[in-house]
Design a protein around this ligand. Structure first.
Ligand code: ADP
Length: 414
């Protein structure tokens, strides 16, 4: 294909064209989250990895970019240290972690764990730019960027390159020194014109694995106080949990493997406002015929779809439903074959998703459902649609089969 020129230069390596390429790439990503921290060791990469995995388990398409040039830890946290991205002349494929999550990190390109990178600012900026514009991210719901600590070259380049559409999440610990650093991070984002989605207070109190008592080793609540003082959201606090360290060391992701703990609940609460960002059906999610192309496709001609109900209609809050309607469908003919209402077992964590899967349902369509419940369903092989607006189960399912089910905000946070 002939190279297009901008009109004021010869075309080769033209800065205007490259700018355009970056903007087009970023335009295909609906939400960009840049994870920052005032200082190192506060759990920023851990939080970034758990947010990215949590969003992907909720069925969203996610990219995770590690721009920590000097200490890339994302490949280790996700057990991807031996992976190498596929690189062509003018693009690179990110490394897949699952069918919904793709990862890019300088760590994939270093020959060994002990290899250090000594690069100056402009070179780092060039690399981050390449990661943003030359990686084949495709259409994503979220790009999560894990930045090195502080307000140096990498966070600066990342926010400047992505522009004001990038939301910052600032991770801190409760101690005073860390809190002072956060103040600087908030000011930094404001100077660059990037909104701060909120502050996460990590390692906030220690839950004793023996007696379960929570001990505030450092003063808990500093992050929340600071959020109030600086006029930004407080997204929540995550306790210090030895299991988090183990999951990081052994390369499995905490939020994927632990569901019942206080730490998992805390991560779920932090995910909630982020999931809400993706909750409203955007015009861009409809195809040319007006059909909702964001609805998941389930394989098989005949299958069952589960709908939580109260009084015979969709129950907007998943946790409060009285019965489940199991709607049998013929996907090819787009027909509802029958509806069976069943009483669910007691609403205990993890029980309902297993029971729904045992009834043979491949998809659940709900009004509101918390992030944790969504990931439990996904693990049982049941896909999830949240944000359905109400109505009789067979009407909802027919709309789904016809590709015009309207979904809005996920109204539930538990
Ligand atoms: P950063 O990216 O801020 O440098 P990391 O995510 O690499 O921090 O975490 C630093 C260390 O703290 C890691 O060993 C990690 O497992 C541990 N860690 C992070 N969050 C927690 C937590 N909530 N409880 C216990 N350990 C944690």
């Amino acid at each position: 294909m002939a190279e297009q020129k901008c009109g004021s230069c010869s075309g080769e390596g033209c800065a205007a064209q490259k700018e355009d390429k970056l903007q087009k790439k970023m335009g295909r990503i609906k939400h960009k989250l840049v994870i920052l921290s005032g200082k190192g060791g506060v759990g920023k990469s851990t939080v970034a990895a758990n947010i990215a995995v949590g969003l992907s388990l909720a069925g969203l398409k996610v990219g995770l970019l590690d721009v920590d040039v000097h200490g890339p830890s994302i490949p280790r946290l996700l057990s991807l240290t031996n992976e190498r991205p596929h690189i062509e002349k003018d693009y690179m494929d990110p490394v897949p972690w699952s069918k919904n999550l793709w990862v890019m990190s300088l760590g994939f390109m270093l020959p060994g764990k002990e290899d250090a990178v000594i690069w100056r600012g402009p070179v780092k900026m060039g690399l981050i730019k390449q990661f943003l514009e030359d990686v084949a991210w495709g259409d994503l719901d979220f790009l999560v960027v894990d930045c090195p600590p502080g307000t140096g070259d990498e966070p600066l380049s990342t926010l400047q390159l992505i522009g004001p559409s990038a939301y910052a999440i600032i991770v801190t610990t409760p101690q005073g020194v860390a809190i002072d650093d956060v103040r600087r991070s908030v000011t930094f984002c404001r100077q660059l014109g990037n909104p701060v989605l909120g502050i996460v207070e990590n390692m906030s109190g220690f839950v004793c694995p023996k007696c379960g008592e929570k001990v505030d080793i450092f003063n808990s609540g500093g992050g929340e106080e600071l959020a109030r003082e600086m006029g930004v959201n407080f997204l929540g606090r995550i306790p210090m949990d030895p299991e988090v360290v183990r999951s990081g060391d052994e390369g499995y992701i905490y939020i994927k493997t632990h569901h019942e703990s206080e730490t998992a609940r805390a991560l779920g609460r932090i995910l909630k406002p982020i999931l809400d960002m993706a909750g409203t059906l955007q015009e861009g999610q409809k195809d040319q015929s007006g059909q909702n192309k964001s609805l998941p496709e389930v394989e098989g001609k005949n299958m069952k779809i589960a709908i939580p109900t109260a009084g015979g209609v969709l129950c907007m809050h998943f946790g409060h439903c009285e019965q489940f309607a199991f709607v049998s469908v013929d996907q090819e003919k787009k027909e509802v074959l029958g509806v069976e209402f069943l009483n669910p077992p007691p609403h205990e964590p993890g029980v309902l998703p297993r029971w729904v899967a045992e009834q043979g349902a491949k998809l659940v369509i709900a009004g509101g459902m918390g992030a944790r419940a969504q990931s439990l369903f996904t693990e049982q092989g049941v896909q999830v649609v949240v944000g359905a607006m109400g109505g009789k189960p067979e009407e909802i399912v027919k709309a789904y089969l016809d590709g015009n089910l309207e979904v809005g905000q996920n109204v539930c946070d538990h």
